[in-house]
Design a protein around this ligand. Structure first.
Ligand code: SF4
Ligand code: SF4
Ligand code: SF4
Length: 478
């Protein structure tokens, strides 16, 4: 609950200030008797780069009406480069908060040196004024205890969802390729296993129904009789190769073109040892979405797929036969662009409606190749997020914002998170918001395209990187 309820509105501002410049600047403002509102609560951090996005979300949850991060001017960081990383990361975080519907005016990043007491006071006065004009923050606070009526927004959400689905449910391209590929896959896998070249095969096993083949290891040539390859084999097998890199012998893995991007990304992150792998790239005709055992068309990820080639392979079987058009790429970001064109309130209510469906089954996290932490931050027993089910709307939002932030710049857009979600939550829109922002702000980047290019959030461009204020200027509806 906001601490501002039931009294004259005085915005509560949380200001994260780096120890070396901004905090000293605040000190100077004080000793110079320059005034700024007492509602600004300063939290000292060693470097602006230390500000974890969780801190920002928590501040809002605990009743902050605005959050400002202050650091040394670019080039003056005590640790040389910390604020260059801050600049990129906080720009993306603020842009995502805007996308979720948190008004842009509630977040700011400023560079304030130890000599700039006057700038510190002026910045705080203007920020407080801006936040004051926006009123009490209610988004990201614990909503369920409040009287929140989503009824009036249901129509908007429904219309938007139908529009997305209309895009998605186009015709399936039927081919007979997978049957022919499967025989070749079995023959080659048996040969490699019998020759001792590989110790096991990672592929898709017959599930209980034809429509749900499962990722599986095959340890003998006989077991390969159960190997399947068809239009339902959507599971991205690359994440299982992390574990096999610790085992004796090589593992043969079958990868579709899009899966090879995840594989490459994991090699780049030193999580897969390529010398322990044998990659057979398999041709793809697009995977099919299933709803209550009915085929409903190609999976969304396949409709917007631009990944027609295998980025890595030892051998190839079959070809990519799904026709692609030049509009695939545009379609990929269409949903994000449409949301950007809504007002913050509409965006907020869209996401409230989507994310409140989450039952925290963790399927999205468990299927994601990029979500591979030994101990996930959400499984921390010292933290109030370890429970399975989200207890508040804040937890729903935090889980999804932070998870998509953690995979920003590493997410290959493989679509697994959306595909496995039992609640049909459009998680790809969050991932693609980050991808779109990265492309627009830091140049086109496709995670997993190669194993050399440094990711966009682990590099910076001193001269050209935009300030986070760019989020305010990008022309989205306010
Ligand atoms: S798969 Fe869906 S329901 Fe499960 S945790 Fe992820 S978003 Fe929530
Ligand atoms: S976040 Fe989703 S789309 Fe991105 S790599 Fe993970 S599972 Fe794939
Ligand atoms: S949500 Fe974050 S901490 Fe958890 S597994 Fe994914 S990347 Fe790691």
């Amino acid at each position: 609950m906001s601490i501002n309820q039931n009294k004259e509105f005085k915005p509560l501002i949380v200001a994260f200030c780096c120890n070396w410049c901004s905090y000293a600047g605040a000190d100077l403002a004080g000793t110079s008797r320059l005034q700024y509102p007492a509602e600004v609560k300063i939290i000292k951090v060693p470097c602006s780069c230390r500000v974890n996005p969780l801190f920002v979300l928590r501040a809002f949850q605990r009743g902050a009406d605005g959050v400002i991060i202050c650091g040394c001017h670019p080039g003056d960081c005590h640790y040389s480069t910390g604020n260059y990383y801050t600049r990129r990361r906080i720009t993306l975080l603020y842009s995502m908060l805007d996308f979720i519907g948190i008004e842009r005016g509630r977040t700011r990043l400023e560079w304030v040196s130890a000599a700039e007491g006057a700038k510190f006071a002026k910045t705080m006065n203007s920020f407080v004024e801006e936040v004051h004009s926006l009123g009490v923050n209610t988004r990201l606070s614990d909503f369920r205890v409040k009287d929140t009526n989503f009824g009036e927004f249901e129509k908007l959400v429904e219309e938007y969802s139908h529009e997305l689905e209309a895009d998605i449910n186009t015709e399936i391209h039927e081919t007979t390729q997978s049957g022919q590929i499967l025989e070749k896959m079995k023959v080659r896998a048996k040969e490699l296993m019998e020759s001792g070249e590989v110790s096991r095969i990672l592929g898709w096993n017959k599930g209980d129904f034809e429509e749900n083949p499962e990722p599986a290891f095959f340890n003998t040539p006989q077991e390969l009789d159960n190997l399947v390859y068809n239009k339902f084999c959507s599971a991205n097998l690359s994440r299982y190769m992390i574990e096999t890199s610790k085992w004796d012998g090589k593992t043969l893995v079958f990868l579709k073109p899009c899966d090879t991007y995840s594989y490459n990304q994991l090699v780049k992150e030193n999580l897969i040892n390529p010398s322990k792998s044998f990659v057979i790239g398999v041709g793809c005709e697009g995977n099919v979405a299933i709803d209550e055992m009915e085929e409903t068309g190609l999976l969304e990820k396949c409709l917007v797929c631009t990944k027609s080639e295998h980025m890595v392979f030892d051998e190839l079987i079959g070809e990519d036969v799904r026709p692609r058009t030049t509009t695939d790429r545009d379609k990929r970001f269409k949903g994000v662009a449409e949301l950007e064109n809504l007002t913050p309130e509409e965006r907020y209510n869209f996401w409230q409606s989507e994310l409140s469906k989450c039952i925290r089954c963790n399927a999205c996290r468990n299927a994601c190749p990029s979500c591979n932490c030994k101990k996930c931050v959400f499984d921390n027993n010292n933290y109030d997020t370890a429970q399975k089910a989200n207890a508040t709307t804040f937890e729903e939002q935090m889980f999804h914002i932070i998870r998509s932030y953690h995979v920003a710049g590493r997410c290959t857009d493989c679509g697994e998170c959306t595909r496995v979600c039992p609640q049909d939550i459009k998680l790809h829109l969050l991932n693609r918001k980050f991808i779109k922002d990265i492309n627009e702000l830091y140049g086109e980047f496709q995670a997993g395209e190669d194993i050399e290019t440094v990711g966009p959030l682990t590099r910076y461009d001193i001269e050209n990187d935009a300030e986070p204020s760019i989020v305010h200027e990008r022309g989205q509806k306010q």
